[in-house]
Write a protein that binds this ligand. Sequence first.
Ligand code: NDP
Length: 285
Amino acid sequence: MTRTVTLSDGTVLPALGMGTWNMGGIQGEQMDRERESLGYGLKAGLSVVDTAEMYGHGRSESLVGEVLHYNKADRFVVTKVLPENASFERMEAACTTSLRRLGLRCVDLYLLHWRGTVPLRETVEAFRRLREKGLIKRWGVSNFDVDDLMELERYIRPGECAVNQILYNLEHRGVEYDLLDAGRFRNIVTMAYSPLGQGMALLQHPALQKIAARHTTSAGPATPAQIALAWVLRQRNILAIPKASSLAHLKANIAAQEINLTQDDLAELDAAFPPPVRKMPLDMI
Ligand code: NDP
């Protein structure tokens, strides 16, 4: 069954979306593969596409715009404003530039990429003005820890901040100590970025290989990446956005939703990647 999350305004989204960092940078066959992967994902119902003005200085947004132009499937487009553009004066120009690249009149979700020097209260006012002007449907934040959410709460109405996008995977479990619950408590959906550990050391871990050997999906024998993704996706209120430039990876990620980890699997993962026992500073990439 396709897992979903529900935003504070009642919008229901698939819990598996698509990241696009580093996409759109290399012309030719690589970009063809990226177009193919994103297009396939949209058709398969992965409507949430995550990008940012920062990614490739706009090249990721342009690629997403191109894919959306040729694909009429449901879409829910997320992009992010850089901290230096998150002021009352600069945010509208940054947003309209992103919209032009994306070929959209309105973005579904606009996130503050991380906190900078612009006061949070001012960023909130800037988001509100874009919403009033119809340039964004809703807004959220990224790389916010519990104290940041508590400060934000002082300036907003309940439910106004839709999402907090944070680093979350088996290697980075610190957020389980308090931040995941802080989001649930405030009706803020957590978007888990880099759920596959950027495809690096995590996927070589023997524990993941051992557990993968015990599972299969409709796409074939399970892989360590699918186990890592299934582990993130098993949790309520979390939307994961792995990046897959290749169709094979994208299909594997879709099939990972079929995997139900057993209590034994979860215990083995806890032993290999221990959960936090105290407050940890929020990791970010
Ligand atoms: P991920 O954890 O999603 O890993 C991506 C890597 O994993 C790529 O090399 C990809 O290969 C590989 N991969 C994907 N699927 C599979 C699979 N089934 N089997 C094996 N390997 C696989 O890392 P990202 O850092 O890209 O994070 C995901 C997204 O989160 C980003 O693209 C971006 O949209 C967002 N993000 C947000 C941040 C923020 O500050 N808000 C920071 C970092 C990321 P290939 O591409 O070749 O298919």
